[in-house]
Design a binder for this molecule. Structure first.
Ligand SMILES: [Zn+2]
Ligand SMILES: [Zn+2]
Ligand SMILES: [Zn+2]
Length: 472
């Protein structure tokens, strides 16, 4: 299918790519933190656990001062901030409001696996959106729709479109459900707030423009505001030079064992980047390291990454680590089960103590992130909807991890027993300041995203507490 003509802002241009359809490059220098592009969604859908907590239209949380969300009186299954959000959603919701409860109660829907249920609803929303646009324009599909149907289909061979909810409309999309479905899986982004996924969305322009990288120079963040559809913003993680391709991560780069399968099955390509080449060295046929093995690998990894092993002297590199320099004997620590186990230990120690152990494991996790992720990387990538792995199976993405480290050092400081010396208190305060500074560095690049508050607000609170402890 031919592609609609793309009108890009001056700082971007589309160029030929050897293997992908094409690539988007910067035409000028884009400093770290630049919002490269804002992208509208074609449609978006709250995750089931967010239903009733957030508005089905704008995805805002129920505001404390405005009371609870209001329910659609037609189906009682959709919730809104107020009449404004409800009326904005009605242009598509009216097409399935009457049928959606019966559809979800049907056996053919009920027996689907949970990810297929999400697919079925997302596809229903896409159909409702396309139908609404046909009603509104009457002259065929608009640019967003043309963009979406011109996206390359994912490798979903043999995968039938899930059942969809019947729609009340006289304007049906010209595309079949299957034609649309094969473009949903590989073009489905997870919408997150403070790095937690709250919804899925289809953003055709972002899918059309940005190729994947395991060491991306940009990421997607989302802006959520009352009575507005969630907007995706692509933000530069570091300075991007003229002529450089802008890439975002399609999957979490930390999934070094399974990401190749995801590329193949969900997106239909094989990644041959230096990171994928380097992690081929990991022998996954061997059993993963045991507890003692993991501890000693952690020590070696910290030594490799941080020249100065003292936590308060922690520095983050300003460019990605050259993976060829990672000693091969350390590489087993990059097994996915190791990160999960490190994150579990960190979470347990930072909750129940001892805080010293939390800080040590935490520093190993930080060293892991420094190797795996590019500088300033805040979060996991796009949710691969056709993959059994749960997103967020890693407990704490780097942007949050540094903040958690600062909080842990702070908790260690305020729970110090009288017998402990002034010196250890001072050391802990230096650690709080170091981790807080690094966390602020990342969030200053990422900027505001998701709901109100979040990490930037938490950083401010901790900075205030810290300043009260320090002599003027
Ligand atoms: Zn709303
Ligand atoms: Zn309804
Ligand atoms: Zn790669």
């Amino acid at each position: 299918m031919s592609s609609p003509s793309l009108v890009l802002p001056e700082h971007l241009s589309l160029q030929h790519h050897q293997t992908a359809r094409d690539k988007v490059v910067s035409t000028c220098r884009l400093p770290a933190g630049t919002v490269i592009l804002s992208v509208r969604s074609l449609t978006s859908m709250l995750l089931p656990r967010e239903k009733g907590r957030r508005c089905d239209f704008c995805h805002s949380l129920a505001p404390q001062d405005r009371g609870r969300l209001q329910r659609c009186t037609g189906c009682a299954s959709y919730w809104y901030c107020d009449a404004k959000c409800q009326s904005l959603h009605w242009r598509t919701h009216k097409k399935y409001c009457k049928h959606v409860n019966a559809f979800c109660a049907e056996r053919q829907f009920d027996q689907l696996e949970s990810h297929s249920k999400l697919d079925a609803l997302l596809l229903t929303y896409v159909l409702a959106e396309l139908s609404a646009r046909r009603t509104e324009t009457k002259e065929g599909d608009d640019l967003d729709v043309l963009m979406f149907v011109s996206l390359l289909p994912g490798p979903v061979e043999g995968m039938d479109a899930p059942p969809t909810c019947p729609l009340s409309t006289s304007h049906r999309p010209v595309q079949t459900a299957s034609e649309l479905f094969v473009r949903c899986g590989n073009n489905n982004f997870s919408i997150h707030s403070h790095l937690t996924t709250i919804a899925h969305g289809v953003f055709p322009l972002a899918s059309r423009l940005f190729n994947h990288s395991c060491v991306p120079n940009a990421v997607a963040k989302y802006r959520i505001a009352h009575a507005k559809e969630a907007v995706m913003e692509i933000v530069a993680l570091r300075d991007i030079v003229p002529g450089e391709e802008i890439c975002i991560p399609y999957v979490d780069p930390a999934l070094v064992e399974t990401r190749q399968q995801m590329f193949r099955f969900t997106y239909g390509f094989a990644c041959i980047c230096p990171s994928c080449a380097a992690f081929k060295r990991i022998d996954t046929s061997q059993p993963a390291p045991d507890k003692a093995g993991l501890e000693s690998l952690g020590t070696s990894l910290r030594k490799f990454v941080f020249q100065d092993p003292r936590p308060d002297k922690t520095r983050l590199p300003s460019s990605p680590v050259n993976l060829e320099t990672v000693p091969v004997e350390i590489s087993p620590i990059f097994r996915e089960s190791c990160l999960t186990s490190l994150c579990e230990s960190f979470s347990a120690f930072s909750h129940d103590g001892p805080f010293e152990s939390a800080l040590e494991v935490g520093l190993t996790i930080l060293a892991f992130y420094v190797v795996i992720y590019p500088p300033n990387y805040p979060q996991i990538g796009i949710f691969p909807s056709h993959f059994p792995l749960e997103p967020g199976s890693f407990l704490c993405p780097p942007g949050m991890h540094l903040l958690e480290m600062a909080k842990t050092a702070w908790n260690a400081f305020i729970t110090m027993e009288g017998a402990e010396t002034q010196l250890s208190g001072l050391k802990l305060l230096l650690q709080v300041r170091a981790f807080l500074g690094l966390s602020r560095q990342i969030w200053a690049v990422i900027g505001p995203e998701g709901d109100e508050g979040g990490p930037l607000a938490e950083i401010q609170v901790l900075e205030r507490l810290l300043s009260e402890q320090e002599p003027p």
